[in-house]
Write a protein that binds this ligand. Structure first.
Ligand code: SF4
Length: 97
């Protein structure tokens, strides 16, 4: 990713010299797809297993505002409310005529 030339005055890569700094994305990380909306965070192969807020692999899990971290921390609440909204009846409570 690179800034367009009209934003050059604010481009930190041009303003500051950090020699030899190369950061490659881990192969397992799918942050690019998450950020583009191609996949949801939980669809990443390592979401919640190898990649958690305590052991982040990609940038989306590092910051609490990151999409993956937000889904990891708060997704269970939305899934719980969804179950409540649907009012799932356990099999044992179903009476048959
Ligand atoms: S931050 Fe973690 S869970 Fe999110 S896409 Fe990257 S590797 Fe997958």
């Amino acid at each position: 990713m690179k800034l367009r030339s009209e934003f050059a005055p604010w481009d930190a890569e041009l303003l500051y010299s950090v020699p030899g700094l190369r950061v490659a994305d881990p192969k397992a990380c799918q942050c690019g797809e998450v950020l583009k909306g191609v996949i949801k965070p939980w669809e990443c192969k390592v979401f919640g297993t190898a990649c958690t807020p305590e052991t982040p692999i990609g940038t989306c899990m590092v910051s609490p505002e990151g999409a993956c971290a937000a889904y990891f921390n708060y997704g269970r609440f939305s899934m719980a409310s969804e179950r409540t909204r649907l009012h799932v009846v356990p099999q044992s409570e179903i009476t048959r005529p």
